[in-house]
Design a protein around this ligand. Structure first.
Ligand SMILES: *Cc1c(COP(=O)(O)O)cnc(C)c1O
Length: 462
């Protein structure tokens, strides 16, 4: 045993060899991993493990080093057909927007500096003019995300006071964001009215008392109530709030510009149509249907926004320069009708002919032994908009009976694609690649992944 252990390479010798192989490695990390390797190697030997030659030891340590220095966040191909996919990073940026904001991030900028006077300025002012032009909004505030916007608004206006909300809107959305809990944590007192399926204006009216601060409406986002149901229109709530000198606040979750009316009209109102109602406050996410950076955008009356700015919490929730730069560039693209600068819009607006052609092109590239079939599919906008309504799309499907032939099944195929960073959808033992969410270059990569698998299987059924 002793002689066996004596054959373990010396640390210095290993480190010298490793340094010759790796380009400018982190010495501390390399040393730590080498010692960890030697330790576990020694344990293995004592348990009767196999002796490794010097080169094998080096290979193992290099593998450990590469694992430790590998980045965890990786680009993926979204073939799920869900455009705003929270698990896949929600909205995608165009090269155009990134190029546009690059100088703002690689150089200093006037984030909080007034160029004409040389005095201190405010970061939110960069967005004020754009929201005024686009939506005729009096004022704007941007925080880290929409959850932060909800919290800040409730905390500022309703701490220790009552907030009236319909029972049908006490939602929980992804990531455990529960409206009743957020309200409690913000210090607001929940005053729920109506029933799960029906809430009338009278319910709100009856609940108003001297402790009331706000009428709060929340977009249901991930569920719908169908059948015997009623909710109060925003317009009526705004009028009631005005009449009773209360604040109306609508957390609309997603928020979209009317360029997407062809998709959402009749399901959800656009930002334009909401803003013409002149609400006290609304808030929505930047990275859902708006198609830009993660942010909570608050629009509303100047006096209310000013009050929000005075809350110390804002200092903790404020958006950074990257967000503000991305927002300004994206809003400017909206102003110019530049859809191609906003991939979320582009993907949502793809028409059936385009999608059909794209699916055919994809199917053609895939080795025929996989029996790819172009099929109509249902894709979704995601991001909590129109949860129960699909968008007609096309995809390429692979069926269990065809895959059987290759000793494959949809789950195995899904796993293979996932290892190549392609996220597909499984539906009734078939695998589906929806083309609505494919970006430039994705098609080639998917085809390559199938060709690699084809080679692995040495498929003989062509
Ligand atoms: C998505 C959503 C939120 C949270 O927005 P984030 O930007 O993810 O923080 C809050 N309220 C509603 C209604 C939503 O749909």
């Amino acid at each position: 045993m002793q002689t066996l252990l004596q054959q373990i390479p010396k640390t210095d010798k290993l480190l010298n060899a490793l340094n010759a192989k790796l380009q400018t490695p982190n010495q501390n990390l390399l040393k730590r991993l080498t010692l960890e390797f030697l330790d576990s190697y020694r344990q293995e030997l004592l348990k009767g493990g196999e002796l490794l030659d010097f080169e094998s030891c080096i290979k193992r340590i290099i593998m450990l080093y590469q694992n430790a220095t590998q980045k965890s966040l990786k680009p993926l191909i979204n073939a799920t057909g869900i455009v705003v996919h929270t698990n896949l990073g929600r909205s995608v940026f165009s090269e155009e927007i990134l190029e546009e904001i690059k100088p703002l991030l690689t150089q200093y900028n006037n984030l909080e500096y007034h160029l004409q006077t040389g005095k201190r300025s405010e970061r939110y002012l960069h967005l004020q003019r754009l929201f005024k032009t686009l939506l005729n909004a009096e004022d704007v505030l941007v925080v880290n995300n929409n959850a932060a916007a909800v919290f800040l608004i409730l905390n500022t206006f309703a701490k220790g006071k009552e907030v009236i909300i319909s029972r049908g809107e006490l939602i929980e959305i992804g990531g455990g964001f529960r409206i009743p809990c957020v309200m409690e944590d913000s210090g607001a007192i929940l005053r729920e009215v109506g029933t799960t399926n029906k809430t009338h204006l009278k319910d709100y009216k009856d609940a108003i008392n001297t402790d009331s601060a706000m009428l709060f409406k929340v977009h249901k986002s991930n569920y719908t109530i169908t059948g015997f149901s009623k909710e109060v229109e925003l317009k009526e709530l705004i009028a009631l709030a005005k009449e009773c000198d209360l604040i109306d606040y609508y957390d609309l979750g997603s928020g979209y510009f009317d360029i997407l009316d062809s998709i959402f009209k009749g399901f959800e109102p656009s930002l334009q149509s909401i803003c013409t109602l002149n609400p006290s406050l609304i808030s929505f996410s930047g990275d859902k249907l708006l198609g830009t950076a993660q942010a909570g955008i608050i629009l509303g009356k100047k006096a209310h926004i000013n009050k929000l700015k005075q809350n110390q919490l804002l200092r903790m929730l404020r958006a950074d320069k990257f967000t503000i730069a991305a927002l300004e560039a994206t809003l400017n693209a909206y102003l110019q009708g530049n859809v191609k600068a906003i991939p979320t819009l582009q993907m949502l607006l793809r028409d059936k002919d385009f999608l059909h052609t794209l699916a055919q092109e994809l199917a053609k590239g895939i080795p025929p032994c996989f029996k790819p079939k172009v099929i109509p599919t249902k894709s979704y906008s995601g991001g909590g908009a129109m949860p129960n309504h699909s968008l007609e799309s096309f995809g390429v499907a692979f069926y269990a009976k065809d895959l059987n032939f290759l000793k494959l099944d949809a789950t195995k195929l899904e796993q293979h694609l996932r290892n190549h960073r392609i996220i597909a959808r499984l539906e009734n033992s078939a695998l589906i690649l929806d083309v609505r969410t494919l970006l430039e270059g994705d098609l080639v990569q998917i085809v390559e992944s199938f060709c690699a698998l084809h080679k692995e299987l040495q498929c003989k059924h062509i």
